[in-house]
Design a protein around this ligand. Sequence first.
Ligand code: FAD
Ligand code: SF4
Ligand code: SF4
Length: 524
Amino acid sequence: MATQTMLKFVTVGREMPEKRAADERNTDFHEIYREFADAKAKEQASRCSQCGVPYCQSHCPLHNNIPDWLRLTAEGRLHEAYLRSQETSALPEICGRICPQDRLCEGNCVIEQSGHGTVTIGAIEKYINDTAWEQGWVEPIRPVAERPESVGIIGAGPAGLSAAERLRRQGFQVTIYDRHDRAGGLMIYGIPGFKLEKPVVERRTRWLEEAGVEFVLSADVGRSISFDAIRGKHDAVLIATGVYKTRDLDIDNAPERGVVAALDFLTASNRIDLGDEVPDFADGELNAEGKRVVVIGGGDTAMDCVRTAIRQGATSVKCLYRRDRANMPGSQREVQNAEEEGVEFVWLSTPAAFAGHVVGEAATASEALVDNAGGDVDGDGIGDNPKLSPRHVVTETDTSTGPVGVTGLRVTKMRLGAPDVTGRQSPEAIEGADYDEPADLVIKALGFEPEDIPRLWGVEGLEVTRWGTIRADYRTHRTSLPGVWAVGDIVRGASLVVWAIRDGREAADSIAAELGAETRVAAE
Ligand code: FAD
Ligand code: SF4
Ligand code: SF4
């Protein structure tokens, strides 16, 4: 009798790849999950019930053929599983690592709904594609025929890379411009190595280079090279620049030292991980070692900061968030990882003022307290605390010279009040419950907004939305400027890698159609 390969969810329990112990992983920036062993990947894939209507697939932004590659993996046909997997994504092993699967594919798996625990889709996607790299199955793209038209892509993040892959497969000449010295966008300088090791990103950009994609790095559009020059050089231009304007705390006169933006902190740490010299890390400003660290915010960027600080050797790491655990925007899986690693979450708390003292030899006992004027302090993009009225700076007379360094925060305790128009409970301050929290390093992880691209680049006619994101058609990704498309976070606002990949693919097909090509991609 033939043995049933699939539908084993009743007899085989859900298992994730082994997670390294917290005391081991806290000392390095390597990924925290080990790879599945071959037998384990097969076994876990065989739990899938091969749904006729696969909700996992419809909730994956790339509509990956998940049931197919799970079945092929369970049957030991890994090369075929790989071919299926890479059809719909330029960066499948990256999504397998960092997609919030609990909100996307896995969160909608029917066997999860029936109480058996979801198929571990992300870990299997990672396993299939890591194996493909190891086995040499990932070959450079070879277009069926070269085309003369060229496309200039501004931004080498996932949106730009994904568009480049799709365009190159169709034979277009592709040049990617990026202001950084490395390609990868937030995958290289934002997301820490313990979630996504840097060589995983670098091998993908090398692969595109080998396919003939030209990278022009350290090219800051609007500064070192003009948008018009790029537009004049290419038949089509794709803007994929992400969102980088940091939301700030609404507290005036923050101390000059020791209060830093999340992305500066994470970029420095990633650069160190990549072997660069970083003066602000070497002089301690962007280094948490030996410090009491407070991170403000409740999103995934805040989670990356707290876990980075732990690995740098902070003496304590606290995360301040003005709502409670159930209402935070960050992933619960990341909160759990952070707690295991020694992070303390201080829920229902918001900073009201900084305390600081003069740094250096001339330091005196002078202290400064700077009060909160209210604002979107946790970076979840949701209203400010109306009970905190604008106040003024409170300082003692300070006759010494030198920069002021942070020594702590005044923290206001909050409670969740009545629901707002969205149904979400608004936090409100509890009178008289303020307290002082000592800190040597405060990291502001408050979210990101788009830069004012039309002004910075001197472009007329490029329409933006009221949020400052570039206005583009949601399907074709065309902007208001002829021959210019836009994708990824600069259109969506801060989002996810997987959505950036999808946008990039769709825009590539729209550009190809405009330039007269049929969307027929080269086989590997
Ligand atoms: P980006 O990745 O931001 O890339 C834009 C590129 O454009 C950059 O390389 C930039 O240098 C370049 N650029 C910008 N301006 C110019 C200019 N003027 N000239 C030339 N080049 C320019 N998403 C997930 O799915 N999972 C996660 O775990 C996750 N973790 C995250 C952690 C952090 C700390 C952050 C900040 C984000 C995280 N995200 C995560 C979100 C994800 O990284 C983004 O949604 C995604 O990278 C957006 O892709 P993009 O290509 O639109 O932009
Ligand atoms: Fe799931 Fe993301 Fe992979 Fe889609 S791309 S299958 S959402 S991990
Ligand atoms: Fe398999 Fe779950 Fe997808 Fe159904 S929803 S096809 S069980 S992974």
